[in-house]
Ligand binder design. Structure first.
Ligand SMILES: C[S@@+](CC[C@H](N)C(=O)[O-])C[C@H]1O[C@@H](n2cnc3c(N)ncnc32)[C@H](O)[C@@H]1O
Length: 174
């Protein structure tokens, strides 16, 4: 039997682990976003990492109401409601001024649209705020990644999909 269609759009476990390897360990002051968080699996795995400080915040943004509800249920079931917030909203309308780490599994057009929003978020501290950005599958056009690893999902033998790490500066609105 086929898996439900929406699960095909979820980051496979090995890719989540690879992304985590790029951004862990988290710091007390980190604010970690999954933009287009789907069922919340990425943030749940991130937040469950042993040694993550109590103050680290996790925020999922999801436009689809059903998926946002599913993410909230999963977060609650994981006992992580005090650490992970799920916002049901168009990601292009969100202020990422506090973001220090961002995970993105979006189509190339989605990455093109979100890039100026993410990098244009000033965050009150002036320009030059560093953000670690991890993309699964697609690249952030016009930017150079600092690390890349290919992962083979357990259900796709022989396939190798890339996880990229970028370290970029939010320059604030221009
Ligand atoms: C490929 S799925 C990735 C899901 C999740 N991040 C994961 O890795 O398992 C992309 C998700 O982005 C959401 N999405 C697409 N456009 C969006 C937008 N403008 N604002 C918020 N979420 C969006 C979709 O509904 C979908 O759940």
């Amino acid at each position: 039997m086929l898996a439900p269609r929406k699960k095909l759009w979820s980051t496979p476990e090995r890719a989540v682990t690879a992304a985590l390897d790029f951004v862990a360990p988290f710091k007390e002051e980190d604010v970690v976003y999954d933009v287009g968080c789907g069922d919340g699996r990425v943030l749940i795995k991130f937040a469950m990492l042993e040694g993550t400080p109590a103050g680290t915040k996790f925020v999922g943004v999801e436009i689809d109401e059903d998926r946002a509800s599913e993410a909230r249920e999963n977060v609650e079931r994981s006992g992580l409601s005090d650490r992970i917030a799920i916002i049901c909203e168009n990601a292009l309308m969100v202020d990422y001024g506090d973001a220090t780490v961002v995970f993105l599994y979006l189509i190339p057009r989605g990455l093109r649209l979100i890039k100026p929003v993410l990098l244009g978020s000033e965050g009150g501290g002036g320009g030059g705020r560093k953000i670690k950005i991890v993309t699964y599958m697609s690249e952030f056009e016009g930017e150079t990644f600092v690390s890349k690893v290919n992962v083979e999902p357990a259900h796709q033998k022989g396939a190798g999909w890339p996880v990229h790490l970028y370290e970029l500066e939010a320059h604030g609105a221009v």
